[in-house]
Write a new protein. Sequence first.
Length: 140
Amino acid sequence: MQNRLTTLLKITYPVIQGGMAWTSDAILAAAVSNAGGAGIIGSGGRTVEWVRAEIAKAQSLTQKPFGVNIMLMAPNVQEIIAAVCQAQVAFVTTGAGNPVPFIPQLHAAGVKVIPVVPSVKLAKRVVAAGVDALVIEGME
């Protein structure tokens, strides 16, 4: 199945795994990516050392694209973004904050930016800032 998402992320199926903090690790991300979806390592509540190690582990387990979910309100967000850029991860999803200030740095490293947004106002702002795609969150 080909569509804009599969083309953007170079995946087979338009499936993006959630970046669940304390659950989404390299093993899960690599498995999802190897199955044709977009696997994601969740970095929420983790140290930058853990994130670096999980990225390296995922890179050893798959040749397919995978991403990292970044909680923007984390105290170590700058370090995590630097690690993601250094490792040239395919994409990031972001949440819990405004991704606009980080988009240029991520794009300069070749990392696609897919923020999770809770409102139309933020969706318009991130689109104007040049994000690659959006996840719009809602509630039941």
